[in-house]
Design a protein around this ligand. Structure first.
Ligand code: SF4
Length: 186
Protein backbone atom coordinates (compact mmCIF):
# COMPACT_ATOMS: atom_id res chain seq x y z
CA UNK A 1 0.00 0.00 0.00
CA UNK A 2 2.72 2.46 1.05
CA UNK A 3 4.93 1.89 -2.05
CA UNK A 4 1.86 2.37 -4.28
CA UNK A 5 0.99 5.56 -2.44
CA UNK A 6 4.58 6.78 -2.63
CA UNK A 7 4.80 6.03 -6.34
CA UNK A 8 2.06 8.57 -6.95
CA UNK A 9 4.60 11.29 -6.15
CA UNK A 10 6.42 12.47 -9.25
CA UNK A 11 9.72 12.80 -7.35
CA UNK A 12 9.56 9.17 -6.20
CA UNK A 13 8.73 8.02 -9.72
CA UNK A 14 11.63 10.05 -11.02
CA UNK A 15 14.00 8.36 -8.58
CA UNK A 16 12.53 4.94 -9.37
CA UNK A 17 12.85 5.33 -13.13
CA UNK A 18 16.03 7.37 -13.20
CA UNK A 19 14.30 9.98 -15.36
CA UNK A 20 15.39 13.60 -15.48
CA UNK A 21 12.02 15.00 -14.39
CA UNK A 22 10.91 16.16 -17.81
CA UNK A 23 9.35 12.95 -19.11
CA UNK A 24 6.32 10.75 -18.45
CA UNK A 25 7.64 9.86 -15.00
CA UNK A 26 6.42 13.20 -13.63
CA UNK A 27 3.04 13.18 -15.36
CA UNK A 28 -0.16 12.61 -13.43
CA UNK A 29 -2.58 9.92 -14.53
CA UNK A 30 -4.86 12.61 -15.90
CA UNK A 31 -2.07 14.12 -17.99
CA UNK A 32 -1.35 10.67 -19.44
CA UNK A 33 -4.93 10.41 -20.69
CA UNK A 34 -5.10 13.91 -22.18
CA UNK A 35 -5.20 14.30 -25.95
CA UNK A 36 -5.68 17.12 -28.44
CA UNK A 37 -9.27 18.38 -28.63
CA UNK A 38 -9.05 17.87 -32.39
CA UNK A 39 -8.81 14.08 -31.94
CA UNK A 40 -11.55 12.42 -34.01
CA UNK A 41 -12.64 15.75 -35.55
CA UNK A 42 -13.27 16.36 -39.23
CA UNK A 43 -11.40 19.21 -40.84
CA UNK A 44 -12.34 21.73 -43.51
CA UNK A 45 -10.12 24.33 -45.18
CA UNK A 46 -11.02 27.99 -44.97
CA UNK A 47 -9.62 31.53 -44.99
CA UNK A 48 -9.35 33.85 -42.00
CA UNK A 49 -12.12 36.47 -42.28
CA UNK A 50 -10.38 39.25 -40.39
CA UNK A 51 -8.15 40.96 -42.92
CA UNK A 52 -7.02 41.05 -46.51
CA UNK A 53 -3.92 38.89 -45.98
CA UNK A 54 -6.14 35.83 -46.28
CA UNK A 55 -4.27 33.35 -44.08
CA UNK A 56 -5.29 29.72 -44.46
CA UNK A 57 -7.22 28.10 -41.63
CA UNK A 58 -8.11 24.55 -40.71
CA UNK A 59 -11.61 24.32 -39.24
CA UNK A 60 -11.98 21.30 -36.97
CA UNK A 61 -15.53 20.19 -36.29
CA UNK A 62 -17.12 17.26 -34.53
CA UNK A 63 -20.84 16.34 -34.34
CA UNK A 64 -21.77 19.58 -36.12
CA UNK A 65 -19.90 21.63 -33.56
CA UNK A 66 -16.82 23.76 -34.05
CA UNK A 67 -13.92 22.27 -32.09
CA UNK A 68 -10.91 24.37 -33.05
CA UNK A 69 -9.48 26.70 -35.67
CA UNK A 70 -5.78 26.44 -36.47
CA UNK A 71 -3.36 27.71 -39.10
CA UNK A 72 -3.16 25.70 -42.31
CA UNK A 73 0.42 24.52 -42.95
CA UNK A 74 -0.49 23.98 -46.64
CA UNK A 75 -1.41 27.63 -47.19
CA UNK A 76 1.17 29.33 -49.43
CA UNK A 77 0.14 32.66 -47.85
CA UNK A 78 0.66 31.89 -44.18
CA UNK A 79 2.25 28.40 -43.98
CA UNK A 80 0.43 27.41 -40.82
CA UNK A 81 0.72 30.71 -39.00
CA UNK A 82 -2.05 32.97 -37.75
CA UNK A 83 -1.71 36.36 -36.09
CA UNK A 84 -3.41 36.87 -32.68
CA UNK A 85 -6.65 37.94 -34.37
CA UNK A 86 -6.76 34.94 -36.68
CA UNK A 87 -5.68 32.58 -33.90
CA UNK A 88 -8.62 33.79 -31.84
CA UNK A 89 -11.24 33.50 -34.58
CA UNK A 90 -12.61 30.41 -32.80
CA UNK A 91 -14.24 32.90 -30.43
CA UNK A 92 -15.67 34.90 -33.30
CA UNK A 93 -18.16 32.05 -33.60
CA UNK A 94 -18.34 30.69 -30.10
CA UNK A 95 -18.13 33.69 -27.76
CA UNK A 96 -21.34 34.04 -25.71
CA UNK A 97 -21.38 37.80 -26.33
CA UNK A 98 -21.45 37.37 -30.08
CA UNK A 99 -24.35 39.39 -31.55
CA UNK A 100 -26.69 37.24 -33.59
CA UNK A 101 -29.42 39.82 -34.20
CA UNK A 102 -29.45 43.08 -36.09
CA UNK A 103 -29.35 45.92 -33.57
CA UNK A 104 -31.14 49.20 -34.26
CA UNK A 105 -31.19 52.41 -32.26
CA UNK A 106 -33.98 54.73 -33.38
CA UNK A 107 -33.27 58.46 -33.72
CA UNK A 108 -33.12 60.09 -30.25
CA UNK A 109 -33.49 56.73 -28.53
CA UNK A 110 -30.95 55.57 -25.95
CA UNK A 111 -31.84 51.87 -26.31
CA UNK A 112 -30.98 49.27 -28.88
CA UNK A 113 -33.70 47.02 -30.25
CA UNK A 114 -33.53 43.76 -32.18
CA UNK A 115 -34.67 43.79 -35.78
CA UNK A 116 -35.40 40.95 -38.19
CA UNK A 117 -32.84 40.84 -40.97
CA UNK A 118 -35.57 41.24 -43.62
CA UNK A 119 -36.90 44.38 -41.93
CA UNK A 120 -33.39 45.81 -41.57
CA UNK A 121 -32.60 45.13 -45.23
CA UNK A 122 -35.82 46.85 -46.33
CA UNK A 123 -35.00 49.86 -44.14
CA UNK A 124 -31.53 50.12 -45.66
CA UNK A 125 -32.89 49.83 -49.21
CA UNK A 126 -35.48 52.58 -48.49
CA UNK A 127 -32.82 54.90 -47.10
CA UNK A 128 -30.42 54.26 -49.96
CA UNK A 129 -33.13 55.00 -52.50
CA UNK A 130 -34.37 58.13 -50.74
CA UNK A 131 -30.82 59.49 -50.30
CA UNK A 132 -30.08 58.82 -53.93
CA UNK A 133 -33.24 60.57 -55.08
CA UNK A 134 -32.44 63.61 -52.95
CA UNK A 135 -28.76 63.86 -53.91
CA UNK A 136 -28.35 62.52 -57.43
CA UNK A 137 -26.65 65.05 -59.71
CA UNK A 138 -27.33 64.53 -63.38
CA UNK A 139 -25.37 67.47 -64.78
CA UNK A 140 -22.93 70.05 -63.51
CA UNK A 141 -21.58 73.04 -65.44
CA UNK A 142 -23.24 71.69 -68.55
CA UNK A 143 -21.47 68.32 -68.19
CA UNK A 144 -23.17 65.02 -67.55
CA UNK A 145 -22.28 63.81 -64.03
CA UNK A 146 -24.85 61.15 -63.05
CA UNK A 147 -23.56 60.59 -59.54
CA UNK A 148 -24.29 60.86 -55.83
CA UNK A 149 -21.82 61.52 -53.05
CA UNK A 150 -24.44 61.16 -50.34
CA UNK A 151 -24.12 57.39 -50.00
CA UNK A 152 -20.93 55.38 -49.46
CA UNK A 153 -20.02 51.73 -49.29
CA UNK A 154 -17.14 50.16 -47.39
CA UNK A 155 -16.50 46.51 -48.22
CA UNK A 156 -15.07 43.81 -46.02
CA UNK A 157 -11.66 42.19 -45.91
CA UNK A 158 -12.36 38.91 -47.61
CA UNK A 159 -14.43 40.06 -50.54
CA UNK A 160 -13.03 38.45 -53.66
CA UNK A 161 -12.63 39.88 -57.16
CA UNK A 162 -16.01 38.67 -58.32
CA UNK A 163 -17.85 40.13 -55.33
CA UNK A 164 -16.06 43.45 -55.75
CA UNK A 165 -16.95 43.47 -59.43
CA UNK A 166 -20.63 43.05 -58.56
CA UNK A 167 -20.44 45.71 -55.82
CA UNK A 168 -18.90 48.18 -58.25
CA UNK A 169 -21.46 47.32 -60.92
CA UNK A 170 -24.41 47.76 -58.56
CA UNK A 171 -23.29 50.76 -56.55
CA UNK A 172 -21.37 52.80 -59.11
CA UNK A 173 -22.89 51.60 -62.37
CA UNK A 174 -26.42 51.14 -61.02
CA UNK A 175 -26.80 53.78 -58.32
CA UNK A 176 -24.15 56.33 -59.31
CA UNK A 177 -22.23 56.08 -56.03
CA UNK A 178 -18.65 57.27 -56.24
CA UNK A 179 -17.63 56.69 -52.60
CA UNK A 180 -16.91 52.96 -52.81
CA UNK A 181 -13.97 51.40 -51.04
CA UNK A 182 -12.95 48.19 -49.32
CA UNK A 183 -10.13 46.40 -47.60
CA UNK A 184 -10.10 43.44 -49.96
CA UNK A 185 -6.72 42.39 -51.30
CA UNK A 186 -7.25 38.71 -52.03
S1 SF4 B 1 -4.53 35.58 -39.35
FE1 SF4 B 1 -4.18 37.77 -39.01
S2 SF4 B 1 -2.91 38.41 -40.76
FE2 SF4 B 1 -3.86 36.45 -41.30
S3 SF4 B 1 -5.75 36.98 -42.39
FE3 SF4 B 1 -6.27 36.68 -40.22
S4 SF4 B 1 -6.17 38.75 -39.36
FE4 SF4 B 1 -5.06 38.82 -41.29
Amino acid sequence: MLPKLLSRWPLVRQIQTGGDGTGPEVMTERTHTLGPRTNGAQVARSVCPYCGVGCGQLIFHKDNKLVSIEGDPESPISRGRLCPKGADSFELLTHPHRELKVKYRRPFSTDWEDLDLEVAMDMIADRVWKSREKSFVETQDGQSLMQTKAIGHLGGATLDNEENYLIKKLFTGGLGMVCVSNQARI
